[in-house]
Each structure stands twice: as structure tokens, then as C-alpha cells.
Design a protein around this ligand. Structure first.
Ligand code: 6PG
Length: 256
């Protein structure tokens, strides 16, 4: 699979969790050595749960500099933080509550807010403050984790949604009619593409078609618009999800 730069092929979901946890730990160590802190954006959905649980157990639980880690979210469903569909809840239960991250370093999106537009603006302000970005500037996260939706969405950037075309704002409110929880908050494409590293985690046979569509470049999907401007793009994909990637297709994945 050398013809797909940036693609790391693994056997199955447990191997994906191992590889992802290792890459997160390495990125954290490098970031702390270079800048004294590690900024990570967590993904929602179900795929990263196993990775988060792996991070919460040795050697990662005590090897990662959690006390130097700042945690953000790529998207959130507009539900309270204790709701079964909350991305924060999933991350908190599987990882955040189990390792030594000071609670004031966990920056969650306020999915429970009555006004999603105001919650998006508030999160944008939080990013600008933490990263001390000038007006109109973008934060540069050390690592952004993303999953891949069956329709090619990433974060809560759905095909055809104006949010996927947003170029000015860093965070927007989204209404995705087809989603189980339609009202959402999400980072925008320029914000994700300003990161130092973006890591997609994709597992399972039902993702094979969309993996092929995204990586082969035949379709313009939100996920295929994620290409860091000055950073690395890695896809960790298991064999079932990579099943339709043939060995003789032209490359399209990213720089590793
Ligand atoms: C969300 C997401 C979303 C997710 C994909 C993949 O809040 O729903 O962040 O972009 O990552 O839909 O989800 P699965 O990992 O559950 O397949």
C-alpha cells in the first residue's frame, strides 16, 4: 500500500487503537519537548472509544504528559454533557476522567446551550484566547483526531452543508437533517487544516466505500477537503475499511 502516502494499514480495530495510541503518545512527547504543552482535538463518534480506553491504561496512562495536555473537541452534538449522544461524555468516560488532566484544561463545546450559534462563537473565543491568535488568525493544534462518516462527513462537516464551505469562522453551528442529533457544533475546515497533524481513524467494512471515495479523490467530500496546509495527514485504516483500495490506484492520501 506504498502508493497511498499517509495511509497506515492495520489488521483490525484493536490494532487501530494500539497504533493510534502510540501516535498520540509520540506527538504529545514531541509537542511538550518543543513547546511545553500538547494540544489535542478529540473526535466524536464510536471509533475512537477503544483508542481512548487504550490511552487510559498503561503504558499510556502514566507515560503521556497529561498535566501538560490541553484537550479540545472537533465537534459536539447539541445535547447536555451527560447525554448518551454527547461526544464529551464518551471522551470523559473512556479517557478524561481516568487520567490526570486538570479539569480546567478540558475545553468542551457547550452542546447544552440554548443558542448553538452563541455556543459556537463562545468556543471560537476560547480558542482565540488559549492560542492567543490575532483577529482572523487560526489556532495551530498539535493533533486533530477525526472519524469518517458513511457519507464522507468529518467532524460535523456534512456534504452539501454551508459549514463545509466556511472560510472565515473557526467554529460554526450546523443543522444536519439526516443525523440522529441534527443540531451540532463543529470546527471548520480551515481550522482543522491549520493543525500540525491530522489523524483519521477508520474501522469496519461499512466504511470501505467511503474510504475509497475519499482517498481516491473521485468525489469532493468534506473528509477529502481535510489536507493540512503545513502539517501531516495520516489515516489509520483497518483491513476491512481499506478493502476497496486497490494496489494500482493513483495516490491521494496525505503527507506523513
Ligand atoms: C460525530 C463525529 C463524526 C464521527 C463520524 C464517524 O460527532 O458524530 O465526530 O464525524 O467521527 O460520524 O463516526 P463513527 O466512528 O461512529 O463511525
Amino acid at each position: 500500500m506504498d502508493q497511498w502516502p499517509g495511509l497506515m494499514l492495520v489488521d483490525d480495530a484493536p490494532a487501530l487503537a494500539d497504533a493510534a495510541a502510540r501516535m498520540i503518545a509520540d506527538t504529545a512527547a514531541d509537542a511538550v519537548a518543543a513547546r511545553g504543552r500538547f494540544t489535542i482535538v478529540l473526535s466524536g463518534g464510536g471509533t475512537p472509544r477503544e483508542t481512548y480506553m487504550r490511552l487510559a491504561t498503561p503504558p499510556f496512562a502514566d507515560g503521556i504528559p497529561w498535566d501538560r495536555t490541553l484537550v479540545f473537541f472537533g465537534d459536539e452534538r447539541c445535547v447536555p454533557p451527560d447525554h448518551a449522544e454527547s461526544n464529551y461524555r464518551m471522551a470523559n468516560e473512556s479517557l478524561l476522567s481516568k487520567v490526570g488532566i486538570p479539569p480546567d484544561r478540558v475545553y468542551r463545546m457547550r452542546g447544552e446551550a440554548d443558542d448553538p450559534e452563541a455556543a459556537a462563537t463562545e468556543y471560537a473565543r476560547t480558542l482565540a484566547t488559549v492560542f492567543q491568535t490575532p483577529r482572523g488568525g487560526l489556532p495551530r493544534f498539535d493533533l486533530v483526531l477525526l472519524g469518517l462518516g458513511l457519507d464522507g462527513h468529518a467532524g460535523s462537516l456534512f456534504p452539501g452543508s454551508p459549514a463545509a464551505k466556511e472560510i472565515f469562522r473557526t467554529v460554526v453551528a450546523v443543522h444536519a437533517a439526516a443525523a440522529r442529533i441534527p443540531q451540532r457544533l463543529t470546527l471548520t475546515i480551515p481550522t482543522i487544516n491549520a493543525a500540525a497533524r491530522v489523524l483519521f481513524l477508520v474501522s469496519g467494512a461499512e466504511k470501505a466505500k467511503v474510504v475509497k471515495a475519499t482517498l481516491s479523490g473521485g468525489a469532493i467530500l468534506p473528509a477529502s477537503m481535510i489536507r493540512p496546509d503545513d502539517g501531516a495527514l495520516t489515516w489509520i485504516v483497518d483491513r476491512a475499511a481499506a478493502a476497496l483500495l486497490s494496489a494500482d490506484r493513483p495516490p491521494r492520501a496525505g503527507r506523513s
